[in-house]
Design a protein around this ligand. Structure first.
Ligand SMILES: [Zn+2]
Length: 246
């Protein structure tokens, strides 16, 4: 792996504009389950149905108990070595943006500034009637008091600002397309690139580097492929770059 790390460091330094695309594999080391990975919960029809617009609208009781419980398993976690390495690379201007499929907010918590969240977040929720945004904690508190569905001041239902099955992509997806189009290098970390339409983004970048435990459909098109854990690889990458700066 050492030579692959060296290649990656070299490619990163040569690139004028690098965009990172992260998936669940970046958060598993923060003890957040990979819901969409092999054997993951999202693969089961139950969970896909649970966190869908249909359930939100027609079975709010189910959505705001079991569905909310599933979302809550992703809260209160700490950034890991992979998040910290990506924040460090951004500070050194070696990374220009992070596009993420994760909703846990750990890129922000680790200090990354330019983060595009493709599947929403767990910081806020929105009113289905008036569109007002409020903190996600309010929604959780209301649901735990038995206020189901939780209501906005206007009486409308509050929903998590997470992209569920049946939801359109958020405006940040257009930004992500622009980022990918101007990228000299897209570094994919911890994503098997299976979830559309985000899985389309790597095809827009000039060069690809992939760090993921499992093979991805883009491995053959990538300049560098490392099948290992995100935290291990990115920590070594940072060490390698630091050593060469001395
Ligand atoms: Zn409202």
């Amino acid at each position: 792996m050492t030579s692959a790390i060296g290649d990656l460091a070299h490619t990163l330094r040569q690139s004028r504009y690098t965009v990172v695309l992260t998936g669940a594999g970046v958060s598993t080391e923060s003890d957040i389950p990979d819901f969409r990975g092999s054997g993951g919960l999202w693969k089961k029809l139950d969970s896909m149905k649970l966190l869908s617009l249909d359930t939100l609208y027609y079975e709010p009781e189910l959505f705001y108990t079991e569905g909310l419980e599933l979302l809550n398993t992703m809260r209160g976690k700490q950034p890991n070595a992979a998040h910290k390495a990506l924040a460090w690379l951004e500070q050194r201007s070696l990374v220009q943006a992070v596009i993420t499929q994760n909703i846990d907010g750990l890129h922000y918590e680790s200090g990354s500034k330019r983060v595009l969240e493709m599947h929403g977040n767990l910081r806020t929720c929105s009113c289905l009637r008036c569109g007002a945004k409020t903190s996600f904690d309010l929604l959780v508190d209301a649901a735990s008091r038995g206020e189901i569905p939780p209501k906005c001041r206007c009486g409308g239902t509050l929903r998590p600002d997470v992209v569920f099955f049946g939801d359109p992509m958020p405006p940040s997806f257009q930004e992500a397309i622009q980022e990918a189009q101007q990228a000299d290098l897209m570094l994919v970390v911890g994503s098997s690139l299976q979830v559309a339409p985000v899985s389309y983004l790597p095809s827009l970048a000039r060069q690809l580097a992939i760090v993921n435990l499992e093979p991805t459909p883009y491995d053959r098109a990538a300049r560098i492929v490392i099948h290992d854990k995100a935290g291990i690889v990115l920590s070594k990458l940072v060490e390698h770059i630091k050593a060469n700066l001395l």
